[in-house]
Design a protein around this ligand. Structure first.
Ligand code: ASP
Length: 425
């Protein structure tokens, strides 16, 4: 069954009341049992061939089998160390949600219940996290796959390539209704926007994480994971691109940004607001992303075939006494583009301007973004437009960098392609 048909079945089953145009409430818990009946028999359908993956190396690389919980569990695999499988709650087939794990605080542990920083990600696993949330097994068959296990402050485009392939592979399966990605919060917004531009699926893709290690008092990872799976099961989450869901707030990938360093209310969208909120058992949908994403972009994973990483794009942060030395360093390092995180409306220090003009003349794409979290960088001094500087709109510097990298991954891409991309995505 293709994604659209799954959604039709699931939409037909939905009996949640609409509470006004553009503001629909869906009771995920009520939906799931009826969905389960209708999807009976589909879970055993053979999987389609895997989606194409990035690069010949990956095609040849054997994958470790994923340990699945519940009905889809493979009896020949043993549960991960330290894990006892919980009893499966129902005899009915449940929809499958694939959880792709990449590391981060959500799978970290500290020395004590009060250790909130400086913890380690080596002693805890996504399987242990999943097992700690028995409610998951009442609503879905959870299949876990470890794509990476890193602190997301050390994220690489290599992991992004693997993750994009894993999302597409999971989403292509008829029995999978949605994909959840566990990820550190530090660079979650960049990974979310990358996947939002690239992965070709209309099924829900929901990213979550945690600010407190699993061992902390009031660790919020288990509830964030449960809510992410609930969202992945909700038909309303389909075709919304990649979503970031933590602390009862759901934000579309393009708008999501980390707004707190240690507070659990870590994500917001200064310009756009929430896409949905979790209120008890309900997912209250509030808005939908307006820019093209996932199925509606021309960017596919094929674009990265043969690349070890995305092209170099540096962010240069402006400040008082800026003298352009960092711009020159970026050019010397071989940057294909420079995102200038300027002051105010992407303003440029007089003493750094010449370095940016020189960079543009050498063919480096110069993008004007802003240090200011709210608002949009738009055209300003005529000389900057004449030099070809591209305003980043309301993409923050780190998101502007991702978009430039994705466009410039095609060696034939021009500055004009980058300009158009900033107006479109
Ligand atoms: N440093 C961690 C990471 O991004 C923080 C977190 O997950 O909240 O992986």
């Amino acid at each position: 069954m293709v994604a659209v048909e799954v959604n039709e079945v699931r939409t037909a089953l939905r009996d949640g009341p609409a509470s006004g145009a553009g503001h629909r409430e869906t009771d995920a818990l009520r939906l799931i049992p009826s969905c389960r009946e209708k999807l009976l028999g589909e879970a055993s359908a053979p999987h389609p061939p895997s989606m194409p993956t990035i690069g010949a190396q990956r095609l040849a690389r054997p994958r470790p089998p994923a340990y699945a919980f519940g009905r889809n569990r493979n009896p020949s695999l043993t549960p991960p160390a330290g894990h006892t499988e919980l009893p499966f709650m129902t005899t009915s087939p449940l929809p499958t949600v694939v959880v792709l794990a990449t590391g981060g605080t959500i799978v970290s542990s500290g020395a004590s219940a009060t250790q909130m920083t400086g913890y380690s990600i080596t002693n805890f696993s996504v399987e242990m996290l999943t097992a700690a949330v028995p409610a998951l097994q009442e609503i879905a068959t959870i299949e876990c796959r470890q794509v990476a296990n890193i602190d997301s402050s050390s994220m690489t485009s290599r992991v992004w390539f693997d993750l994009a392939a894993a999302v597409e592979e999971a989403a292509a399966r008829d029995d999978v209704v949605g994909v959840v990605i566990t990820h550190g919060t530090d660079t979650m917004e960049e990974t979310a926007y990358f996947l939002n531009l690239v992965v070709k699926t209309g099924k829900p893709v929901v990213m979550t994480g945690a600010m407190r290690p699993s061992t902390a008092i009031s660790a919020e990872g288990p509830l964030n994971l449960l809510n992410a799976v609930r969202i992945a099961l909700d038909p309303e989450a389909a075709e919304k691109g990649v979503l970031v869901a933590l602390n009862d707030a759901v934000v579309a990938a393009r708008d999501a940004t980390k707004v707190e360093q240690t507070n659990v209310a870590a994500f917001g969208a200064p310009n756009a607001g929430l896409t949905a909120m979790i209120s008890g058992p309900r997912i209250v949908w509030l808005s939908a992303p307006v820019r093209p994403h996932t199925l509606r972009t021309p960017f596919t994973t094929a674009r990265f075939e043969g690349l070890a990483k995305l092209p170099r794009v540096d962010i240069v942060y402006s400040h008082t006494d800026d003298d352009g030395v960092m711009v020159e360093a970026a050019v010397a390092a071989g940057a294909r583009a420079i995102v200038h995180a300027g002051t105010g409306n992407g303003s440029i220090h007089d003493a750094a301007e010449t370095a940016l003009f020189t960079a543009a003349k050498k063919g480096v794409v110069v993008i004007r973004a802003s240090r200011v979290p709210g608002g949009a960088t738009v055209e300003s001094l005529a000389a900057w437009q004449e030099a070809g500087f591209i305003p980043a709109g309301n993409l923050n510097p780190q998101k502007a960098r991702v978009l430039a990298q994705v466009v410039l991954a095609d060696p034939k891409a021009t500055a004009e392609d980058v300009r158009k991309a900033f107006l479109t995505y």
